[in-house]
Design a protein around this ligand. Sequence first.
Ligand code: OGA
Ligand code: MN
Length: 233
Amino acid sequence: MFYETSFRLHLHTFIKIVVGFNFFLMSLFEDIDFVENPLYERIIADLTKQQFSVIDDFFSDEETNLLRQSLLERYAVDGFKKAAVGNRLNQTIVNSIRGDFILWIDEANTNVIETCFFNKIDSMVGYLNKTCFLGIAHKEFHYAIYPEGTFYKKHIDSFQNDDRRKLSFVCYLNEANWLPENGGELVLYLKNKEQHIYPLPGRVVVFESHVIEHEVKPVFTERLSITGWLKTH
Ligand code: OGA
Ligand code: MN
């Protein structure tokens, strides 16, 4: 799905040369120009190499604090629902598989920090689509709270009856003093090893939804996050 940076840059140069011969076509491809973004390039390089990326500074401390406040406010006002297993066609609540509570974020009804969140997501998606031809056309995100004692057993994020989820995106909103004894690490099951990732504030994990099996280990202190998926048509 992903191509080496040099290949993509050569492809752009090639397209520009070809297009340069024709002013009409040139206008169609006008927005093919882009400014290289080191953060997004790192994510692309990681995904190319290992099908996942961990970014510790995707959101600033201030953004993370505001997103945590927004989660807690929505929890107090709207309440969250027990998360189910499966998609709309075959949903069931199975406590022995997952114990988190979620609230889908309505993009038509966002507060200031949620708007900022989606602007960052859109900027990343625009870059991925332009440079890697991913064809991401939709997105869906929810807040999640894992109360003490809950977990999410090993699973994959794409559904048997719907494989549109291409990239999974998790952003952690815990307090800065999250300790290993709080548990709740995300474990990615890779070909030859397990990757354990602690849910530290501001940290974002992106991985290929249909490839990487993963689980959330039992949490011993309430664990807060936003999880979402970037989807094709
Ligand atoms: C999920 C999931 C991982 C995490 O919600 O599907 O795997 O670290 N979340 O919260
Ligand atoms: Mn998952």
